[in-house]
Design a protein around this ligand. Structure first.
Ligand code: TNX
Length: 487
């Protein structure tokens, strides 16, 4: 039987070479040049191979001619792009090559997906040549940790899954009406008074600065950057509960554990508001090594357009003053935006004109269409968890869509990428979350990574059907979509 090659997302070029396949043995070692930035990656490779193979794999520094090696190397000869890589495998030797350490991380994940269990318990890698690079530079997952809190250990599982499917941005929705989840040094009451609540009276929680740094570092090693979101000027009841000065009455609002949206707000004419925005966004930016900070901006249903624009501008100015670029939900397209601002498109029911205008003015569009990429939507009417406002999203719905033509009139060059989102009104823990993510996250990852001509539903169906043992091995809960023959 020919070896199965079932990589997700589908690489740009996959060729079987006809050579004998590589076997992972007791003698297999990872070999790398002894540079500090490569050693960590070699250790990651050895760790992943060791875990799959059930025994530790050693790392050695640059040797030639050895057999039974997985050789990691930086090269100049690949197409431009940080995440491009080449993988070649044959008996005795696997070469992983990339221009950057980030590219090597992508190659390692492909290698992990190529390992197949052969008879006699041997792990084999078919002899192949793979050349690969992502279509989009931003391939994200937004996780709402405000409606229900997820501890760091659970988010690490999510990061691991993201890396496995070559997603590279974890967007954390850290604040909302129901809770504030990140300790902010200048505003300690946010977590002291507003972190213990969640939807339905479930327990809350928050990340300390150390927790957050730990998460950022865990992501960085796996090529996943964290984009923090502090949602303003709506979705702010956790803030107005902690700091009464943000309200016209001067009194704190009550805690909120329901799931309505759009009722809470900041006030542009209160002196405390500007200081709050500056303090919070500069502290959050300081905790962020990445380029972007998300200011929210969605669903402010009780505010005139002028005041909304003033508050979006104030939040954006605070982010830029701290040296970061701004991301906001699509509603910010109704306000004047600086070039390079990322507008996250989610509600497909609205007029496209503001997005076309924003793109013309230099904004970039991040595609998170509710009807395709909102992974908190139910799969079908029988799904226990999830919401339905954007419709049901079966696996094929999450797979079969084209980001570059989604908004009529927005040029393809203005699309920075694709991001799935999972809101947690009904998802209280990791099993509930992964039940909604798997298998759909794999579909979104392929939309974001693979060239359109490399995408094919029937082929994807077959490949995704082989993922179940991997999820089971990790003990993750997942949805057995009837659209797939699970093996
Ligand atoms: C809309 S999408 C929201 C969230 C909800 C979500 C539920 C967006 C920017 N806002 O506040 O949690 O729907 O699907």
């Amino acid at each position: 039987m020919p070896d199965v090659i079932a990589v997700i997302p589908q690489p740009a070029v996959v060729e079987t070479t006809g050579d004998a396949s590589f076997e992972l043995t007791e003698a297999t070692t990872v070999v790398v040049d002894g540079r500090p930035d490569l050693i960590g990656i070699a250790v990651l490779a050895a760790d992943l191979l060791g875990r799959v193979g059930g025994r530790a794999v050693e790392v050695r520094y640059a040797e030639n001619g050895a057999d039974d090696i997985v050789r990691l190397r930086l090269v100049e000869s690949l197409p431009a792009g940080d995440e491009a890589y080449r993988l070649t495998s044959r008996k005795g030797r696997i070469d992983l090559e990339a221009r950057t350490p980030a590219g090597l991380v992508r190659a390692i994940v492909t290698l992990r997906q190529l390992l197949v269990a052969a008879p006699g318990g041997v792990l084999r890698v078919p002899a192949v040549r793979i050349e690969d690079a992502p279509r989009y530079q931003w391939r994200g997952l937004s996780v709402d940790v405000a409606r229900h809190f997820l501890p760091v250990r659970d988010l690490k599982v999510v990061i691991g899954l993201m890396a496995h499917y070559k997603l590279n941005v974890l967007h954390l929705h850290l604040t909302d009406d129901q809770g504030w989840r990140l300790h902010v040094r200048s505003r300690p009451l946010l977590t002291r008074l507003s972190s213990s609540t969640s939807v339905d009276g479930d327990p809350g929680g928050f990340y300390t600065a150390e927790d957050y740094a730990d998460l950022v570092a865990y992501g960085a090693v796996r090529g996943v950057r964290v984009v923090p979101e502090v949602d303003v000027p709506g979705h702010v009841n956790a803030a107005t509960h902690a700091y009464g000065e943000l309200n016209p009455t001067g009194e704190p609002t009550e805690t909120y554990t329901g799931i309505e949206v759009g009722f809470s707000r900041l006030h542009a004419d209160l002196p405390a508001t500007g200081a709050f925005l500056t303090d919070v966004f500069s502290d959050v930016a300081a905790m962020t090594p990445g380029e972007y900070v998300h200011i929210g901006g969605d669903e402010v249903l009780t505010m005139e357009a002028d005041e909304y624009a003033t508050l979006v501008a104030a939040a954006s100015a605070a982010v830029r003053a701290a040296g970061k670029k701004v991301v906001g939900w699509q509603e910010i397209a109704h306000t004047p935006l600086e070039p390079g601002t990322v507008v996250q498109y989610w509600d497909t029911r609205v007029d496209p004109a503001p997005f076309v205008a924003a793109a013309q003015a230099g904004a970039l569009l991040l595609m998170s269409p509710g009807s395709k990429a909102y992974l908190d939507m139910k799969y079908d009417a029988s799904t226990d968890l999830g919401l339905e406002w954007a419709g049901h999203i079966e696996l094929r719905d999450a797979y079969d869509w084209e980001p570059s033509t989604l908004i009529e009139g927005v040029p393809a060059e203005s699309v920075i990428g694709v991001e799935a989102a999972v809101w947690t009104e009904t998802l209280r823990d990791l099993p509930a979350l992964t039940q909604m993510l798997l298998p759909r996250l794999a579909a979104i990852a392929e939309v974001a990574w693979s060239a359109p001509e490399r995408r094919d539903w029937d082929d994807f169906r077959t490949r995704v059907g082989r993922q179940a043992p991997f999820w089971d091995r990790l003990g993750l809960s997942w949805y057995a979509s009837p659209q797939v023959d699970w093996t």
